[in-house]
Write a new protein. Structure first.
Length: 521
């Protein structure tokens, strides 16, 4: 065998060794945990045969605690580029079979390289996290590695989509990278995220809690809102990431891919003419409205288990990707609160950053009252939603279905926040407050006088409520002043939105020159 062939044979052997990560036994243990390896995950995520790997042979340079004797090619992360549905993406997947996926200086360099390339190419970056945290044998170098990644997350924000998949442990400083990305997905039962683990919590606070209840997928999907999606299997999770990517552009200079639409834009939906209950206090399901107006009823919801009183997610109108923001009357009457406000605000800002039009479906009675909300800064969080809508320069269409009262009317894409098209159903009620509250305030003196005179106060207030309803429990007052562009028949909603989006396709808008705004937090 010639020397050249021997070198090629050695290369093939080296590649085979690198692809084994921590070795066959470690891979077997990973499978026994019900988890795939880093390479298996990348193979499932990317188009077949499209993966181009970088730094396969890179190794750590740590000589503390005998680490020089524990070398593995690639050093615990698989990184490179590939395609999803033919679109270029950059990926990295931490390999738990190598030092429990712990982050070293070398690993951070590999991750930073693909992030830098993603920025240059204007392509999304997807990170699959499965790591025991910082490699403590490397000390400050591991911490510096995390900081380098975080800085790139910050610089890439709003430039390219960043998506995180949590497919195992993600603790300590490691959690900040997913938190800085646009979307996070967690695996149910096998992943967790927290800054300090159960042992530290027990020592410091005395609280006895396990990993799942401290930072499992269910906690972050329902209570904290840290994760946007959860999946029962890794196959399901990776498919969700692919679906998400189909709705968003590759960078902030492009638009989302357009899909061929076989759903007529002028499709009438007669059920919408009767979906609003006669009783103004009765609930209905906003999902039925969304399903009735979007292409083929397809809606990809974001944070479906968190702050259910507001619905956000992606859909298409005539093949064009849009962001949907909708109040949910069947959950707390669709009222806005701390969590709903920040959920809506972050989604609106993502859509605006990546040229995705925003369609708002409004039925909101106000902000949730009480000390619990006020002490948790509902003012600031409500202002975040207000800021997000007012700052957004993408095409914006708002349809008011029923209630739109007070401050909540303003923050949900009102005309004054430079929403381009504001429509209302005939059932819309746009006012400072509901009839009962308004009558109690406006006629307080008269009611008191009638009570002292022994007259029927209830009948008087009911009469005044009817007068207020006649004046404001309709969209025509707002339409009279131009705050509503048109009152539309509910069954025509899809057509009006589709035509509105087509009209706004060439919209150009700009914000005042500044370094950046100071969003309330």
């Amino acid at each position: 065998m010639s020397k050249q062939l021997e070198k090629i044979k050695q290369l093939i052997e080296n590649r085979e060794k690198a692809r084994l990560g921590g070795g066959e036994k470690a891979i077997q243990k990973q499978h026994e945990r019900g988890k795939y390896t880093a390479r298996e995950r990348i193979d499932m995520l990317l188009d077949e045969g499209s993966f181009e790997e970088y730094d396969m042979f890179k190794e750590h340079r740590c000589h503390n605690f005998g680490m020089e004797k524990k070398q593995f090619p690639g050093d615990g992360v698989v990184a490179g580029s590939g395609t999803i549905d033919g679109r270029l993406v950059f990926v990295f997947a931490q390999d738990f079979t190598v030092h429990a996926g712990s982050l070293s200086e070398t690993m951070s360099q590999k991750i930073c390289k693909v992030m830098d390339m993603a920025m240059k190419m204007g392509a999304p970056v997807i990170g699959i996290n499965d790591s025991g945290g910082a490699r403590i044998q490397e000390g400050i170098n591991a911490l510096a590695g995390y900081a380098e990644i975080f800085e790139r997350n910050i610089l890439a924000s709003g430039v390219i989509p960043q998506i995180s998949g949590i497919f195992g442990p993600c603790a300590g400083g490691a959690v900040y990278s997913p938190a800085l990305t646009d979307f996070t997905l967690m695996m149910e039962g096998t992943s967790y995220m927290f800054l300090t683990g159960p042992k530290v919590v027990k020592t410091v606070t005395g609280e006895d809690i396990d990993q799942e209840h401290l930072g499992g997928a269910s906690v972050h999907a329902t209570k904290s809102g840290v994760t946007h999606f959860t999946a029962k299997t890794e196959e399901e999770g990776l498919q969700m990431l692919k679906t998400l990517l189909s709705y968003i552009p590759s960078n902030n200079m492009e638009v989302a891919p357009r899909k061929k639409c076989d759903d007529p834009i002028n499709r009438m939906e007669d059920s919408l003419n009767e979906i609003i209950p006669e009783n103004p206090n009765e609930a209905y399901d906003m999902y039925k409205v969304i399903g009735a107006v979007v292409d083929n009823g397809e809606f990809f919801e974001v944070q479906p288990k968190f702050a259910k009183n507001i619905i956000v997610g992606f859909a298409r109108f005539n093949g064009q990707s849009v962001g949907i923001v909708a109040n949910q009357p069947s959950c707390y009457a669709g009222v806005l609160d701390v969590n709903a406000s920040r959920k809506g605000a972050r989604f609106v800002r993502f859509c605006d950053a990546f040229n995705i039009p925003i369609v708002s479906l409004v039925d909101v009675p106000g902000f949730l009252p009480g000390t619990g909300q006020e002490y948790n800064a509902v003012i600031l969080h409500g202002a975040q939603l207000l800021y997000a809508y007012g700052e957004a320069t993408v095409p914006k269409i708002t349809v008011t279905l029923r209630k739109s009262y007070g401050g909540s009317h303003i923050v949900m894409g009102s005309k004054q926040l430079h929403t381009d098209l504001n429509y209302a159903w005939p059932s819309a009620e746009i006012a400072v407050m509901g009839a009962s509250g308004a009558a109690a305030v406006l006629y307080a003196k008269e009611a008191k006088a009638k009570k002292e005179a022994g007259e029927d106060v209830k009948a008087f207030i009911a009469e005044k409520e009817d007068e207020y309803n006649e004046l404001f429990a309709n969209p025509y007052q707002a339409a009279k002043y131009g705050y509503i562009d048109d009152v539309i028949e509910p069954r025509n909603t899809r057509f009006r939105i589709c035509r509105g989006l087509a009209q706004l396709a060439t919209k150009r808008d700009a914000l005042p020159a500044k370094k950046h705004g100071n969003i309330p937090m």
